[in-house]
Design a protein around this ligand. Structure first.
Ligand SMILES: *Cc1c(COP(=O)(O)O)cnc(C)c1O
Length: 323
């Protein structure tokens, strides 16, 4: 059988070593539990890991969400947080970073990803409209449905079969999407909801070829394309590893090119961006931006802090990739 991932493992870059390029200089104590204590804690929690107390957990594999260790620069950044109610200097710093790395024009910060999902869903979905997507993330779909949208899965069939090897199982099946448009009419599609490294499919990436083709298809039908950019840095890394023509491009270049095919994005900064809390929604359209900026004040906070502390947006800026 031929190797389905000929460029994997980064061997073509002559990577020096798999040792991490950082050192650890802080220690947090853990509670060491006995088997009996763990059994008792699990029983009391009804075997629901979301109901455990973290003090009862020695090795916590629940999620990466907001659990990352922060760098020395991020911690230092917190001390430089500007807590002004309006116009915090950290907002402008964050806005510039999102513009530079993701390429969108207008940014609205939110307290975390679902806050951003709420705003964009309320702003762009009309009751009864369809929202085709490459599978769904729990909070994304719920916010689309709360806004009156109807989710339709248009991911490749391969994504539903964990035994199948395919380099980009996150791709949207363009024929499935065409069929949805033909059945319901372009005017009844709120937008196409595309997510990087599809969580529910086990973190499978979307190819650059797919997002380019989606852009063309959406333009043809006059439909918007919005991106869940929560794990787009990781998705860009997979493109660098697996997609012909991208091995010599940096992750940052790939990320910016990918986003350039979409009309806007929302993201949870608690994953790729290595912070404990934060999110944003960013779009290119001026009037949609103005609507989002009005909504954020109602649900999150003023448009320059969006439910975050100045210290939070500062440390987050410091976590963005340099390469
Ligand atoms: C975590 C996540 C969200 C929601 O973000 P929160 O910060 O947890 O509110 C949305 N989409 C994806 C793909 C996620 O992984």
């Amino acid at each position: 059988m031929t190797d389905p991932f000929p460029q994997t493992m980064g061997q073509q870059f002559g990577r020096r070593s798999w040792a991490e390029p950082w050192k650890i200089k802080m220690v947090e104590h853990l509670t060491v539990t006995t088997r009996e204590e763990r059994e008792k804690a699990l029983t009391e929690a009804g075997f629901n890991t979301f109901l455990l107390k973290s003090d009862d957990v020695y090795i916590d594999l629940l999620t990466d969400s907001g659990t990352n260790a922060m760098s020395d620069v991020q911690w230092a950044g917190m001390m430089r947080g500007d807590e002004a109610y309006a116009g915090s200097r950290n907002f402008y710093c964050l806005e510039e970073a999102v513009q530079n790395f993701y390429g969108y024009k207008h940014i609205v910060p939110t307290h975390q990803g679902r806050g951003a999902e709420h705003l964009i869903s309320q702003a762009v979905i009309k009751k009864g409209q369809y929202v085709p997507g490459n599978m769904y993330f729990t909070t994304t779909r719920l916010h689309q449905e709360l806004a009156g949208g109807i989710f339709i899965d248009v991911i490749l069939d391969e994504a539903h079969d964990p035994a199948v090897l395919h380099p980009f199982k996150g791709d949207i099946d363009l024929e499935k999407l065409e069929a949805v448009i033909a059945t319901h009419g372009a005017e009844n599609i709120a937008y196409v909801s595309l997510a990087g490294t599809v969580n529910m499919a086990g973190g499978q990436p979307v190819s650059m070829a797919n997002v380019k083709a989606l852009r063309a298809l959406c333009d043809h039908h006059g439909i918007k394309l919005y991106l869940d950019a929560t794990r787009m840095v990781e998705n860009s890394f997979f493109i660098q590893e697996r997609e012909p023509g991208y091995a010599d491009k940096s992750v940052a270049e790939i990320l910016k090119e990918f986003c350039s095919y979409t009309d806007g994005a929302w993201m949870s900064a608690k994953k790729d961006s290595l912070v404990n809390i934060g999110g944003w929604v960013a779009v290119n359209d001026q009037s949609l931006f103005e609507e989002l900026r009005n909504l954020v004040v109602v649900y999150e906070g003023l448009h320059t802090y969006g439910g975050l502390a100045g210290a939070t947006s500062k440390r987050w800026r410091s976590a963005l990739p340099s390469r």
